[in-house]
Design a protein around this ligand. Structure first.
Ligand SMILES: Cc1cc2nc3c(=O)[nH]c(=O)nc-3n(C[C@H](O)[C@H](O)[C@H](O)COP(=O)(O)OP(=O)(O)OC[C@H]3O[C@@H](n4cnc5c(N)ncnc54)[C@H](O)[C@@H]3O)c2cc1C
Length: 145
């Protein structure tokens, strides 16, 4: 059974997807699961909760608090960065945005159809974290930011 892509420390790709963005905020996980679908997330959560493993969830990892979207060497990081699809229904009245999308990706996709949304002011902030209670929402986002 395969769940997204799973990387253990020592894997050559491990540091590429877990760059040292911040030594305080991004603790080094023992294992990273990069989910690609809701089913991946469900399976990963089933496994980590069954074995009582420490785990953390990351959308874009912008939260500045240590351990919020990272977990130390005894834990599993569930990374949603590849769940970043942005699609629209037929008449563009509904958008379907993956939690791993960043706000610059969302603004870009909406701008292409002459729409926008009140989201994060800094483009690299993730949709998942901000929607669940992130801060600094910018009501009047403009492309100068
Ligand atoms: C340098 C910096 C600049 C910032 N600039 C801005 C800004 O311009 N505008 C703004 O609005 N905010 C800004 N913020 C704050 C930001 O909105 C919040 O930190 C937000 O939580 C980040 O969202 P994220 O998805 O990137 O974070 P993450 O760090 O990935 O997630 C934040 C929290 O939510 C949880 N979480 C994330 N996704 C999910 C999910 N799908 N399911 C369950 N739990 C989840 C994580 O476990 C973590 O606890 C900034 C923060 C920093 C550090």
């Amino acid at each position: 059974m395969e769940i997204g892509s799973t990387l253990l420390r020592g894997n050559v790709c491990f540091n590429k997807i877990n760059p040292l963005r911040s030594s305080d905020c991004w603790l080094p996980a023992a294992c990273i699961i990069k989910a690609r679908s809701a089913m991946d997330v469900a399976l990963a959560l089933l496994i980590v909760t069954t074995v009582h493993a420490n785990f953390a969830v990351r959308s874009a990892g912008h939260n500045a608090n240590s351990g919020f979207s990272s977990v130390g060497q005894q834990g599993v990081l569930l990374d949603l960065g590849e769940m970043n699809q942005i699609t629209f229904n037929e008449d563009n009245s509904q958008a379907f945005i993956g939690p791993g999308s960043t706000w610059d990706e969302v603004y870009g996709a909406l701008e292409a159809i002459n729409l926008t949304v009140a989201g994060g002011r800094s483009g690299g902030v993730g949709v998942g974290g901000l929607i669940l209670g992130g801060s600094l929402q910018s009501l009047f986002y403009c492309s100068f930011h």
